[in-house]
Design a protein around this ligand. Structure first.
Ligand SMILES: Nc1ncnc2c1ncn2[C@@H]1O[C@H](COP(=O)(O)OP(=O)(O)OP(=O)(O)O)[C@@H](O)[C@H]1O
Ligand SMILES: [Mg+2]
Length: 239
């Protein structure tokens, strides 16, 4: 039976290093923590996301709910999504894209239900974020049926836990400019740890079981990251 509830989410941004891979992994962690089946498709030719998945499994910090595939062309991505849909192989497909790959962008975009763009909180990053939002608006005007296009969401990333007055002004500007997700991604060591080790909830469980009681307070930081990612995922799905 086809999975009519399959949700395809693609992380896309015009700017490299804005947090696409981090956001993808955080959302994947949130989905798996909610016991959903996830397929991640890495279209980044460096294959970082797939490598991360193997590392997570090797560390015992993966999940049987998570599988990954690499796709070197739009056709391959399309075929993979089609198969997942037809055979009900997952609840979510996450597509991580490479920094630039602009020619791919339009073709990948139309395959997704949601596009998420992480934008770091700085004046120049907001400007580049605006280019991504403009690209999406232009795409609307170029397709026959704009209603069939995915929804576009912007997530502010690397927000300092202690918001300064300048940050607050930038956040205000972002609210006015972008289809912004209410929950922002804070700059967190837990995301760095996720990058090194694997899925957030698996890391939390491992810390909880640590025989060294000094490690246990760190569980809270990881749980907070899962909550943040879960909020972002729910926000995306609501719109
Ligand atoms: N919220 C965050 N907290 C802490 N570190 C972060 C956060 N977001 C991103 N980083 C770090 O910033 C760096 C760049 O992030 P990431 O690799 O996710 O960006 P990207 O958009 O996928 O980059 P590329 O365009 O090269 O694929 C990484 O080292 C990542 O660990
Ligand atoms: Mg990346």
């Amino acid at each position: 039976m086809p999975n009519h509830n399959l949700v395809v989410i693609a992380a896309m941004a015009r700017k490299g290093g804005s947090g696409k891979t981090t956001l993808s992994r955080a959302l994947i962690s949130a989905a798996v923590a909610a016991k959903r089946r996830v397929l991640l498709i890495d279209t980044d030719s460096t294959g970082v996301l797939g490598t991360w998945h193997r590392r997570a499994d090797a560390n015992g910090l993966g999940s049987p709910l998570l599988r990954s595939a690499t796709a070197e062309s739009v056709t391959a991505v399309d075929r993979t999504i089609e198969q997942v849909y037809e055979e009900d192989l997952a609840d979510f497909v996450f597509i991580d894209t490479a920094g630039v790959g602009a020619e791919w962008s339009d073709s990948i975009a139309v395959l997704a239900d949601h596009i998420v763009t992480p934008v770091m909180l700085s004046t120049s990053d907001l400007d580049v974020g605006a280019q991504t939002a403009d690209w999406f608006e232009k795409l609307r005007s170029r397709v026959d049926d704009p209603d069939s296009l995915p929804r576009h969401h912007v997530v502010l990333n690397m927000v300092d836990p202690k918001t300064t007055r300048a940050d607050a002004a930038l956040i205000q500007a972002a609210v006015a400019r972008f289809p912004l997700i209410e929950t922002v991604m804070l700059r967190r060591n837990a995301y760095k740890e996720m990058d090194e080790k694997g899925l957030l909830h698996a890391i939390a469980l491992q810390k909880q079981a640590d025989p060294n009681p000094l490690m246990r307070p760190h569980v809270r930081h990881v749980v907070e990251a899962i909550e943040e990612a879960t909020d972002i995922l729910n926000n995306i799905l609501e719109k």
